[in-house]
Design a protein around this ligand. Structure first.
Ligand code: SF4
Ligand code: SF4
Length: 67
């Protein structure tokens, strides 16, 4: 599997930090000023915990098959 793309819609993100709390791979860094930032996208395992837990539905994980 290629590295998934982790997309955050900043029009929706409320900077709550839930995604960074629940991500098992510490993909996000989050602070109150900037909200969630994708820090280590290459570590993402596409478990979609962040997608499920984000109260604003602001996260999308795009997975691509190996060509
Ligand atoms: S869980 Fe959603 S709303 Fe909260 S910081 Fe992460 S992306 Fe933003
Ligand atoms: S899909 Fe899983 S590993 Fe990837 S950013 Fe979301 S919670 Fe973290």
């Amino acid at each position: 599997m290629k590295t998934p793309k982790v997309l955050i819609d900043y029009k929706l993100c409320k900077r709550c930090g839930i995604c960074s709390h629940f991500c098992p791979k510490q993909v996000f860094v989050c602070d109150e000023l900037n909200g969630a930032q994708v820090d280590k996208e290459e570590d993402c395992i596409a478990c979609e915990k962040c997608v499920i837990m984000c109260p604003e539905m602001a996260i999308e994980i795009i997975t691509q098959k190996e060509e």
